[in-house]
Design a protein around this ligand. Structure first.
Ligand code: ZN
Length: 112
């Protein structure tokens, strides 16, 4: 029997099947975790909004001292899609924790 790198054709098919199953599992993981998850938004330490993670939505956040952030929840993922802070660090972050220091906005995802 001809072999490729010590693997038989059956081995390769099995490996491919396992990788496919593993891949599907990882792809589904955020949605499974997100069933009862909530997104908590706070401004300057005070609760600002609590949103379900499994409902796609956009939230305009009025931050500290006139600052402004736009939060987007989509497909179980959370992101700041617009911000008027000078550093824009919040736009590069993702769940479970996004912090905008200039606007004193904190966005956390609670997977309970
Ligand atoms: Zn920011």
């Amino acid at each position: 029997m001809r072999k490729h790198f010590g693997l038989t054709r059956a081995d390769i098919i099995l490996l491919a099947a396992l990788l496919l199953i593993a891949g599907l599992g990882f792809a589904r993981l955020p949605r499974v975790l997100g069933q009862n998850a909530v997104v908590r938004v706070s401004v300057d330490g005070a609760s600002y909004a609590v949103l379900p993670l499994n409902v796609d939505t956009t939230l305009e956040i009025d931050g500290y001292s006139g600052g402004h952030n736009t939060l987007r929840i989509e497909n179980g993922r959370v992101a700041v899609i617009a911000a008027d802070c000078p550093d824009k660090l919040c736009m590069a972050q993702s769940e479970p924790l996004i912090v905008c220091l200039p606007n004193r906005v904190a966005i956390t995802v609670d997977y309970e």
